[in-house]
Design a protein around this ligand. Sequence first.
Ligand code: BMA
Length: 335
Amino acid sequence: MIRTQAEVLRMIQAIGPALPNIPWEDRPPGCSDVVWRYSRNPIITRDAVPGANSIFNSAVVPFNGAFAGVFRCDNTARDMQIHAGFSDDGIHWQIEPQRIQFVCEDPEIGQFVYGYDPRVCWIEDRYYVTWCNGYYGPTIGVAYTYDFRTFYQLENAFLPYNRNGVLFPRRINGKYAMLSRPSDRGHTPFGDIFYSESPDMIHWGHHRFVMAPFGGWQSTKVGAGPTPIETPEGWLLIYHGVLTSCNGFVYSFGAALLDLEKPWKVIYRTRSYLLNPREYYECVGDVPNVVFPCAALVDPPTGRMAIYYGGADTVTCLAFAYLHEVVDFVRVNRL
Ligand code: BMA
């Protein structure tokens, strides 16, 4: 039997457990976008935490039949902090009013300076959190939790300056694996994605180049977004790209397929973005014109994806897609 390409793509399923309670809203009638927004965006505003200035760039995962997450909450002193949160449906969230207090054996590492842009990743038996952690400049903080109540902080993964540390959800060739983006102290005007491995989640090496900025929406810098999603075709990586306009940075997101065993090898990468700032809550806020994805849930049997992203450095938003359509988009619209 000869299958059409569309039929084959429909068969591309993410590898992982089913998530029948994934947050979901059908694509609106008349919309042909591969990624479409939740009609009730934003799902989280500053009102969710007393004294918050903004809640954005946050990460969620399935947890105990419901959902849990780590949220970037900047307060009205403009301290950048991360808070745990819980939800029954992935849309309505109860966020802890106090920031996460990490348990850390080494007070020098555990001293909290600032934390932002968290990611959360289930590996083997626990949830790992990575975030941009202040230690003489931004670097990648690493911690783990079993219950989103107690968080154990490990060594920072890299020397400063670094951001957008994103773990793979399983060991690759026997090693933990992380994407990151070496940067500088400020609003870095450059940025390539690199790959690193670790035997123990403490010592990182085997650094490999993954991808650089290209043109258009991803011409200034690129950075990994949500935890990569495993498919038989490769790791599906949603990543943000930044364009420098005459009025400042514009953050959009696209996707790439990375080789399963050598994830520093890019198979395909999108020429066009999947989502860019268009709605009011993406264009107006503390930093205008930003969509910044930090988490994606997937239900392999249906292909449904729920993508969590920050809007204008102010609110948290949700968008939806079908995994096989995203993979198809990456392949058809590749660089
Ligand atoms: C990056 C990070 C993100 C932020 C983005 C746009 O450098 O600070 O948290 O969303 O800039 O301001």
